[in-house]
Each structure stands twice: as structure tokens, then as C-alpha cells.
Write a protein that binds this ligand. Structure first.
Ligand code: NAD
Ligand code: TYD
Length: 350
């Protein structure tokens, strides 16, 4: 039995990675470490709870003493690090939380792994999950490759870029067997409803305005979360230490085009007349420093590891809508209390 630590496993992407690893690798014991911030939700792990090779640990990666203790206790042989503050808008109003969790938290994990593994790095792996946002914003042409210079523009992406640099520095300086991947925007089940797609789905269901920043012409490259988890599995097991992989959906869409597609599917599923949901679209004040375009060249991961997305976007979008409509209780549990306060603060004066 190998003990593997997955951080942030009660969040959106982390919960899909936990599910995949627990079910696919009975010879791993998966420890899901999560602080259960507003974004963490143990309901996301309901289907693995009680499995023999799964344990949940509530804890904060910014607590260096606690992190050292759990590394000593469980002697982890691998780390898949997803825990982070992840929402750009929150990083604009509260950058320090992002610096603490994303930079200091990552440093604590690196230090604990280095201390535990220093005499024998054989078979060990520290996998840091990052974002394409570290590369900054693209113009009309071009794609982010693994060689693109870092140019982060938001406190979120700057904190993720800092953590990526630390991870590479630990490889270079201490031979820590690290791998990094930088992925484009994910969508799918279990995403916290502050992000564009689930926020819009919930607002359409409740006939609330769909807030679109600026002109809605910003472009993102959307990937179904299960395909990201598949890529993480491949990179964790097959990438060489020190490597970086970009992961993307080959699926660039302007925000407004994405929301049009969503509205049309929602009308069909909710039995509303065609065009009804589009009427909810409301253009609001743009995000400060809003990156215009992200797009990933994912040819390296395809060439080296044989990964490519398994789902076309229209199918992934339908599956996502179905999941939210079938799991209204999941959303309702979140959409009360703190979320409403956040929503009012974020959107009321836009
Ligand atoms: P999320 O916000 O849904 O989940 C983050 C999880 O981390 C939550 O469960 C939260 O409780 C936990 N967490 C936060 N602070 C913590 C702390 N101090 N200690 C322990 N746990 C803590 O985020 P997500 O969208 O699932 O993203 C996961 C990772 O993937 C992040 O590192 C993010 O930067 C990266 N990423 C996300 C996307 C995307 O589109 N969502 C794309 C590329 C990369
Ligand atoms: P988001 O889901 O926050 O992801 P990211 O900022 O990490 O790409 O936003 C996706 C896009 O949607 C981004 O261009 C900002 C835009 N957006 C809106 O137009 N309205 C909203 O209410 C939100 C949350 C995002």
C-alpha cells in the first residue's frame, strides 16, 4: 500500500481526482487533505467515503507544523497538490489569502516532502497542479506553450506563478521529483457556483440576471473536468521528474458565445420558450485587469503521454447542465448564507 496525499480534494477538480485515484488504484491509500474553506464541500466526496483506501484529513496547508506532522505520520510517497484559493474575483478583493494559501501553503508542502524524502527520492513524486493564467493574456493569435514566459496579471495568477517557481526551484536545488501542469478553464459537475458556468446555470434556473463582464468578448479554452483528472492521472504516473505539461480543451469560446449555448440548452431542459434565458443576460462592469484570451497548445501531452480530451464541448456542456439540474440540493446547500453575502457584494454595484 502506498500512501498518497491529495490536497484540496473536497473542491471542484480535487474531488474528481480523488474519485479517480481511489477507484482506480486499490493499492494506494488516498489521504484527502482539505481545510474546507467556503469552496470545500464534503458532499463532493460522498461516493468514496467509507472506502478502505480513503481517508479525509481536515487541515490547513498554511500550518507548517501540522503539515510536517502528517508527513511524518503517514510517510506519503506521493503528493498531488490542488488546494488553493482559486477565484480571480476574490483575489482582487482579498489578495493576501491567495498569497498565504497558494504560495506559503505550497512552500510548506515542498518543505515537508523534502524533509521526509531527503535520503531517498526513489519512487517519490510531488505533483503541483497549476493554471494557464500564469502565462498572462493572449492577443488575437497564438497559444500558450510550455515555453511561454510567465506574465501573470491578477493576484490569483501571480500567486500560482509564485508557487510554480518554488516547485521548479526545489527540483533544481534539491532534486525534489516534481511535475507541474498548467490547465485551461475547467467546467463540469461540483464546481462552486461563483464561477461563470455554474453561476449562470443557477441564475437561469432562478430567473436571475446572468452577469457578463464587459462586452462578453473575453475568450477561455474550456475543458471538461473529468478529462483534466484523466490528464492528472497520466502525468502523475508517466511524466519524467522536472517536466511541465499544458492541458487544454482545444475549445476556445467567447464568454457570450458560451452563455448563448448554455441558455439554449437550459430553455430546452426547463421547457421554456427558445430565447427566454438569453433575456437574462446582463452586461455589467468589467473585472479589473480582465485577461482577454487564454488558449492552450496541448500537443506536448498528446505526443508524450497520448492524452487528448475525450468529450466534445456540446456533450460536456449537456452533461454539466444535467448534473446541476439533477443535484439541486447540492446547489441549495451552498447558495444560502455566505454565498448570498458574497454575491451581493460582488455584483450589486456593477
Ligand atoms: P476549488 O476552489 O473548487 O477548490 C479548492 C479546494 O482547496 C477547496 O476544497 C478548499 O477547501 C481547499 N483549500 C483552500 N485553501 C486551503 C488551505 N489553506 N488548506 C487546505 N485546503 C485548502 O478549486 P478548483 O477549481 O478545484 O482548483 C483546484 C486547483 O486547480 C487549484 O490549484 C487551481 O489553481 C487549479 N486550476 C483550476 C482550474 C479551474 O478552471 N478551476 C484550472 C486550472 C487549474
Ligand atoms: P471564471 O469562471 O471566474 O474563470 P477565470 O476568471 O479563472 O477564467 O470566469 C470565466 C470568464 O467569465 C472570465 O472571462 C470572466 C467571466 N465572468 C463573467 O463574465 N461574469 C461572471 O459573473 C464571472 C464569475 C465570470
Amino acid at each position: 500500500m502506498k500512501n498518497i496525499l491529495i490536497t484540496g480534494g473536497a473542491g471542484f477538480i480535487g474531488s474528481h481526482v480523488v474519485r479517480l485515484f481511489v477507484n482506480k488504484y486499490p493499492n494506494y491509500h488516498i489521504y484527502n487533505l482539505d481545510a474546507l474553506t467556503y469552496a470545500g464541500n464534503m458532499e463532493n466526496n460522498i461516493d468514496v467515503e467509507g472506502k478502505e483506501n480513503y481517508s479525509f484529513i481536515k487541515g490547513d496547508i498554511t500550518d507548517d507544523i501540522f503539515i510536517k506532522e502528517i508527513f511524518e505520520k503517514y510517510k506519503f510517497e506521493g503528493v498531488v497538490h490542488l488546494a488553493a484559493e482559486s477565484h480571480v474575483d476574490r483575489s482582487i478583493s482579498n489578495p493576501n489569502e491567495f498569497i498565504n494559501t497558494n504560495v506559503i501553503g505550497t512552500a510548506n508542502l515542498l518543505n515537508a516532502a523534502r524533509t521526509l524524502w531527503k535520503d531517498n527520492m526513489e519512487g517519490k513524486r510531488f505533483y503541483h497542479i497549476s493554471t494557464d493564467e500564469v502565462y498572462g493574456s493572449l492577443g488575437k493569435k497564438g497559444l500558450f506553450t510550455e515555453e511561454t514566459s510567465y506574465d501573470p496579471k491578477s493576484p490569483y495568477s501571480a500567486s500560482k506563478a509564485s508557487s510554480d517557481h518554488l516547485v521548479r526551484a526545489y527540483y533544481n536545488t534539491y532534486n525534489l521529483p516534481v511535475v507541474i501542469s498548467n490547465c485551461s478553464n475547467n467546467y463540469g459537475p461540483n464546481q462552486f457556483p461563483e464561477k461563470l458556468l455554474p453561476l449562470s446555470i443557477n441564475n437561469i434556473v432562478n430567473k436571475r440576471p446572468i452577469p457578463i463582464y464587459g462586452k462578453g468578448d473575453n475568450i477561455r479554452d474550456w475543458l471538461y473536468v473529468v478529462d483534466h483528472a484523466r490528464a492528472i492521472d497520466m502525468i502523475y504516473h508517466d511524466a519524467k521528474a522536472g517536466e511541465t505539461y499544458n492541458i487544454g480543451g482545444h475549445n476556445e469560446l467567447q464568454n457570450i458565445e458560451l452563455i448563448y449555448q448554455l441558455c439554449d440548452i437550459m430553455d430546452e431542459k426547463l421547457g421554456r420558450y427558445k430565447g427566454e434565458s438569453r433575456k437574462l443576460i446582463t452586461f455589467v462592469t468589467d473585472r479589473a485587469g480582465h485577461d482577454m484570451r487564454y488558449a492552450i497548445d496541448a500537443s506536448k501531452i498528446h505526443r508524450d503521454l497520448g492524452w487528448k480530451p475525450s468529450l466534445e464541448f456540446p456533450e460536456g456542456l449537456r452533461k454539466t447542465v444535467d448534473w446541476y439540474l439533477d443535484n439541486t440540493q447540492w446547489s441549495e446547500n451552498i447558495l444560502s448564507g455566505d454565498y448570498e453575502k458574497y454575491y451581493e457584494k460582488q455584483y450589486n454595484n456593477r
